[in-house]
Design a protein around this ligand. Sequence first.
Ligand SMILES: Cc1ncc(COP(=O)(O)O)c(C=O)c1O
Length: 424
Amino acid sequence: MTVAATGKAASLVARDAALFFRQHGSTPCLSALRAVGGSWLEDADGRRVLDFHGNTAHHIGHANPRLVAVLKAQLDALPFCPRRYTNEPAVALAETLTGRWPGRPARVLFATGGSDAVEIALKLARVATGRYETISLEGSYHGDGFGALGLGSARHDARLGPLLPGRHHVTPYWVDAERTLDEVRRLLAARPIAAVIAEPVRTSGHVPPGWLWPEVRRLCDAVGTKLIFDEIPSGLGKTGRFFAFQHFGTVPDAVVLGKALGGGIVPIAAVIADAAMDVAPELSLGHYTHEKNPLTCRAALETIRIIDEEGLVARAERMGALLADVVEAATGARPRGLGLLRALPLPPPWAGRAEAFAVAALGEGLSATAKGSDGLGLSPPLTVAEAELAMAAAALARALGRPVDRDRPRACSGRGRGPEIRSG
Ligand SMILES: Cc1ncc(COP(=O)(O)O)c(C=O)c1O
């Protein structure tokens, strides 16, 4: 999508465009930022927008001051830890994550990105089962590495060459959950499958019927296949449960967390998996330079503390219901989803033109992303204020061309709106 940045922001966007490889979904840049804070982005010329995208990484709000202070202290105390050494934040994070695990005893591995962590989970499933084939949902996304990328779709640009072998893609639950289950059942009966991997709840706001995951769990158990849930965007309270799978009473063999785990500041992802899968100490499964980086582990630990101490999981559920109500009142359409992982189904004439609608919403002061061709993702931080939900709803109504209550605050398009945020 294209929007016209101006001033300093436009100049940075132009310099960026001359230097970075172009790629789908990342270029051209929308604008250039100089500051972020809470639910807000501020561009290089001081224009602010509400950030209901945040790459689903800003659960505790952008530049959370408590996290920033803790990270500064960690930089002074211990900024790095080479492999084969451990450190207090890494061990404490492992204890915290395994302590949350509602299943059998668990172990962890950490990586710097979600895609890498997905591949760790695949490796664990392979070595634990002695199989390599996978089942995933057609049209899903699990990352950009050669392994994770192939899980998303059966079809890929031939120029990328072969991806992992043994991938099977089934009809996704957001198209037809009965078919998802039926196709999983047939494949598990016919093929030696190492793992079924899926997002338990999708960032597009699609939520499967309550019976799907318990049934898939039962089918996997019957043939010794591992069930992996990718909660990179949906975990850590976003849906109103610490783990999204807790909505369904189904514990997977492994869950992958990422994005918000680093507090929206540093990159860290994690795999939490059944300790019974710890069967290949002679192999490297996630042997990464920053696997126990004390700064990234400290960020994750503090992020979870903030989520706990500020009651953000329950808040996500409460504010998510409010978001659905205020957006429905303003737009006439009710966002689907759970907690603060929502998407607005676009009414005519915007249905089928989600990218264009995202540009229109941005013009009204709301950053949000297209979900498919007829949905707009709405993913504010768990710290979002009620007034910010009202501003977002008003921005959506304006973008849809609906009359807006004049007493409602206008989502920003200039300085002096929203809280003070840190300038870079
Ligand atoms: C469901 C899901 N899985 C995996 C990833 C990949 O995470 P990362 O970009 O950190 O590699 C993403 C990123 O958007 C995601 O949404």
